[in-house]
Design a protein around this ligand. Structure first.
Ligand SMILES: Cc1ncc(COP(=O)(O)O)c(C=O)c1O
Length: 386
């Protein structure tokens, strides 16, 4: 039976609902373009044409050349290739990153360190999730030629990287620069010619596209070898028959994101501002994790630190029951629970429950109001015994 409960999906940093226009583009490919792009007959050539058109579209949206785009199974694989290939193929002996990175970066860099293939150096961060750029500069000076891997916007707290400063530090010290742009590609204009990174990562499912499809931008001239071996697909860089449907969905999703970027940026930024003021009015004592200034943070993410109360233990469950779908966590207080590595690294108050609201193309003001109203009701209600 279908429930009549109003449901506000405010977890777009985890994944986004797919856009109908993307589904249409993908289903057309499923119906009409089933050939293997490696086949030489007309079905294969058609599929190859569709694949290369998608690559061309994506590269033109970010100012890259087609040959700089390597299709992957998403952000995790793209991050892995950037880091592992840098160490294996590009002579990287030191990796400079931050304790706030997505696990796709952090765990990979930690593994490189543990295996002795490269040493890991963590840059200091402040309590809003900003990098200490002086420390980054010191590290880069101490380890010239290192790989600097820093995310463009943090997926938990939204704090943005000052890309220009990192670009300068990387250039001054002959470092490679990998930027995880999974949360920002399609949300901000990105032109690889001015961005200054050697590697960028993208994932379609953060952009109203399909899961399991993404790409790694690899700056022209960097010669890496395949992680997955077998056939000669992707110019010998990633073996395996290409996920054409997913790739077409990725290209369509990125195209739509850039076509609609101006309106969406304004619409969602306004929602976020409105939500901050509603929350400040309705939830006394509320604080926010990360930078919440317009220029300091991603406009699609708002991470709240709720005042300590015994209701926090069941809060996410109760929000879900009220039809508010969000992510949450907290810093660890006892060492018993691990908590969020991001909130731990910025020294967030472990007694405050963190709730991450994240917005997307289908978010409405009614969703925001429903979330704030539900939160208010839950926090005011009598404590429910677990
Ligand atoms: C910043 C960041 N990097 C990488 C990933 C991994 O992307 P995927 O889910 O496509 O593997 C995510 C997804 O949560 C992310 O937010």
């Amino acid at each position: 039976m279908k429930s009549n409960l109003y449901r506000a999906y405010l977890d777009n940093a985890a994944t986004t609902p797919m856009d109908e226009r993307v589904i249409e583009a993908m289903t057309a490919v499923m119906r009409e373009t089933f050939g293997n792009p490696s086949s030489t007959h007309s079905f294969g050539r058609n599929a190859k044409g569709v694949l290369e058109t998608a690559r061309k579209k994506i590269s033109s949206l970010i100012g890259a050349e087609s040959k700089e785009i390597l299709f992957t199974s998403g952000g995790t694989e793209a991050d892995n290739i950037a880091i592992r290939s840098s160490v294996r193929d590009l002579g990287i002996k030191h990796i400079i990153t931050s304790p706030l990175e997505h696990k796709a970066v952090l765990s990979t860099a930690e593994e490189m360190d543990a295996s002795g293939d490269a040493s890991l150096h963590l840059v200091r961060v402040d309590n809003k999730g900003h990098i200490d750029y002086d420390h980054l500069s010191e590290l880069a000076t101490s380890y010239p030629g290192a790989l600097i891997s820093l995310m463009h916007a943090n997926n938990e707290i939204g704090t943005l990287l000052d890309v220009d400063r990192v670009k300068e530090i990387a250039a001054a010290n002959n470092c490679l620069f990998h930027c995880d742009t999974v949360q920002t590609m399609g949300h901000y204009p990105i032109d690889v010619k001015t961005f200054g990174a050697d590697f960028l990562t993208c994932s379609a499912h953060k952009l109203s596209g399909p899961k399991g499809s993404g790409f790694l931008y690899i700056k022209n001239g960097l010669r890496i070898h395949p992680m997955i071996t077998g056939g000669g697909q992707e110019r010998n860089l990633r073996a395996g028959t290409e996920n054409i449907t997913g790739i077409v969905g990725l290209a369509k999703a990125l195209e739509l994101a850039y076509q609609e970027l101006g309106e969406e940026l304004k619409r969602i930024s306004d929602f976020k501002q409105e939500m901050v003021s509603l929350l400040k009015t309705e939830i006394p004592g509320i604080e926010f994790n990360g930078d919440i200034t317009a220029n300091g943070a991603l406009y699609t993410v708002l991470n709240c630190a709720l005042p300590p109360t015994e209701k926090n233990a069941l809060l996410l469950f109760q929000l879900d029951m009220a039809g508010v779908c969000v992510s949450g966590g907290s810093a660890c207080n006892s060492g018993a629970a691990k908590g969020s590595h991001v909130l731990n690294a910025i020294g967030a108050d472990p007694d405050r429950q963190a709730v991450r609201f994240s917005f997307g193309r289908f978010t409405t003001m009614a969703d925001i109001r429903h979330a704030v109203d539900s939160l208010k009701v839950i926090l005011k209600s009598e404590t429910v015994q677990a």
